[in-house]
Structure formats: structure tokens, C-alpha cells
Design a protein around this ligand. Structure first.
Ligand SMILES: [Zn+2]
Length: 81
């Protein structure tokens, strides 16, 4: 089992950073959220990790409650920086 406490890497081994356009948003749900999902209720994700499509390294993580609420039903979008 992979730890979720690993700090996000600024750049993954294959050289992509967290602004890579193909970075994949992966919603991480709490155990409670996963159970709610099984019952047909879409819970707010616990966090969203942006993952390199090539090596799977976590490039960035979203834990802001407002951003997570917006991602509850929609696919998360990259925030303009
Ligand atoms: Zn990579």
C-alpha cells in the first residue's frame, strides 16, 4: 500500500512538472467517502493528486476544501497560475 503522505515532487523522474497538460487528476477519497460512493452518494474527494501520465508520480496535490467541493461532480481543472 502506497503512502499518501509523500510530499509532491516538483518534477518527476521523466521530467514532467505539475503544469504538464496531460497530468491526470486522481481523486482520493476517504474510507467514508468510498463507502458513500458505493451507496450512490457522490462525496467530496478527500484530496486530488495530479499524476504524471507516464510514470505515475504525484506532481501536485489539491487539499483546498473549496477546490475539492467544485471537483465533487466535475472533473477538476487546472487552476490558472
Ligand atoms: Zn513522470
Amino acid at each position: 500500500m502506497r503512502t499518501t503522505n509523500t510530499p509532491p515532487a516538483a518534477r518527476c523522474p521523466c521530467g514532467n512538472d505539475d503544469t504538464h497538460p496531460a497530468a491526470l487528476p486522481v481523486k482520493r477519497r476517504s474510507v467514508l467517502g468510498a463507502m458513500a460512493l458505493l451507496m450512490g452518494y457522490t462525496a467530496r474527494p478527500a484530496r486530488i493528486d495530479w499524476v504524471c501520465p507516464t510514470c505515475g508520480a504525484v506532481l501536485d496535490s489539491v487539499t483546498d476544501p473549496a477546490a475539492l467541493e467544485r471537483a465533487r461532480y466535475d472533473e477538476p481543472r487546472r487552476a490558472a497560475r
